[in-house]
Design a protein around this ligand. Structure first.
Ligand SMILES: *Cc1c(COP(=O)(O)O)cnc(C)c1O
Length: 377
């Protein structure tokens, strides 16, 4: 077999059309706060099927904005998954709230609604479920829990733009849904993020928050065209027009990217579902995954050994994610190992295989053959 160059677990897919879109914007009068942002927001809102979309500098800033819009603050508790990128929890800390971790389901890898119920107290204000690996969470069940307890649901859809739940695109159901446009995510703007919502009040707060807390007020309009009012403390979390132009060009290709990811996942499932040394990921019925990540669970194997052998073969396997509360920051504020036993046991056995639209069939076969021969040893 030919020696492969390093195959990364995820990667952007940029073509000449994308490059031209950015160049055209560089030649236009606006580098930021021009027409491309609103166009990109409209394109995402239309794609997902929501009334509003608000672009941010990145997905983390977008989550920060959503926590602000939801009114989360000191004394509030917010429930999220421990198996996620730290930003899903950190956004709660930015606004002074406390993070409560609810355990996952070991087969879908997503937060378990029954565990959410167990963690609700009189202080619970919101739930941040994460569509981990691109697989939608059981959002109808989570919305039902939220309704019973008057909670806001902010779905972390960083992995799941284009995925569907009961024929509805992710983003239509939660109160607010975040998408990330980091290069490894479903489509990219280099750095970038978005909140989609159908709620006008949240929409207005998000717009204000991303632009210094400035708001269009009656008083300001009476003073003259130069006048504006900053009515709350906001941030500069604005995306640039160059990034939005790239996003507009990328979104046209999203469905074909997902199709390719689904093909690769199908191949991995086929190759590994009968292998007694691994467990393949399970999907909820009536969902389709965006397959941002493909994660196997190893059975009775030393994960580090398998990981190192795959890396030595130039295959960029990875591990997503270290339970968030294991990080020293969270340990230092009182979280202890053992909090979510299913998640912790799951983490010890998890191995991410490369999956992204530009992987070739030859590379995929090489990954499959290499892993199979390691599993045999
Ligand atoms: C990438 C990611 C984020 C943060 O998005 P950025 O655009 O990188 O700030 C949040 N949550 C999850 C699950 C992610 O994977």
């Amino acid at each position: 077999m030919t020696i492969q160059n390093f195959i990364s677990y995820g990667k952007q897919n940029i073509d000449e059309e994308d490059i031209q879109a950015v160049i055209d914007t560089l030649r236009s009068p606006y580098l930021t706060q021009g027409p491309k942002i609103a166009e990109f927001e409209r394109a995402i809102a239309e794609y997902v099927g929501t009334k509003y979309a608000v672009a941010f500098t990145n997905g983390t800033a977008a989550l920060h904005g959503a926590c602000y819009a939801a009114g989360i603050g000191v004394g509030d508790e917010v429930i999220t998954s421990p198996i996620t990128f730290a930003a899903s929890a950190n956004c709660v800390r930015y606004v002074g709230g406390s993070v409560v971790f609810a355990d996952i389901d070991q087969y879908t890898y997503n937060i378990n609604p029954e565990e959410i119920r167990k963690k609700i107290t009189s202080k619970t204000k919101a739930i941040i479920p994460v569509d981990f690996t691109g697989q939608p969470v059981d959002i109808d069940e989570i919305m039902q829990i939220a309704k019973e307890h008057n909670l806001v649901v902010i779905e972390d859809g960083a992995h799941s733009l284009g995925a569907t739940y009961k024929e509805r695109k992710v983003g239509q159901t939660a109160d607010m849904t975040m998408f990330s446009f980091h290069p490894v995510k479903p489509v990219t703007t280099a750095e970038g993020g978005m909140i989609v919502t159908n709620n006008e009040e949240f929409y207005k707060k998000l717009m204000q928050f991303r632009s210094h807390g400035i708001e269009a007020t009656q008083y300001a309009s009476e003073q003259g065209a130069w006048y504006y009012e900053m009515t709350d403390l906001g941030y500069n979390y604005r995306m640039t027009d160059m990034q939005a132009a790239l996003g507009l060009s990328q979104i046209k290709k999203l469905d074909s990217f997902i199709e390719r990811r689904q093909e690769i996942a199908k191949k991995y499932n086929l190759e590994f579902q009968k292998n007694s040394r691994v467990t393949t990921p399970k999907l909820l019925v009536e969902t389709s995954s965006g397959w941002h990540l493909y994660i196997l669970q190893l059975k009775g194997l030393n994960r580090k050994e398998v990981f190192d052998l795959m890396r030595a073969a130039n295959i960029g396997v990875h591990v997503h994610y270290i339970p968030v509360y294991w990080h020293p920051y969270y340990r230092n504020i009182g979280y202890e190992k053992g909090l979510c036993p299913v998640a912790e046991a799951w983490y010890e056995k998890a191995l991410t295989l490369p999956i992204h639209p530009s992987l070739t069939d030859e590379q995929i076969n090489y990954i499959v053959d290499t892993l199979k021969s390691i599993l045999k040893k």
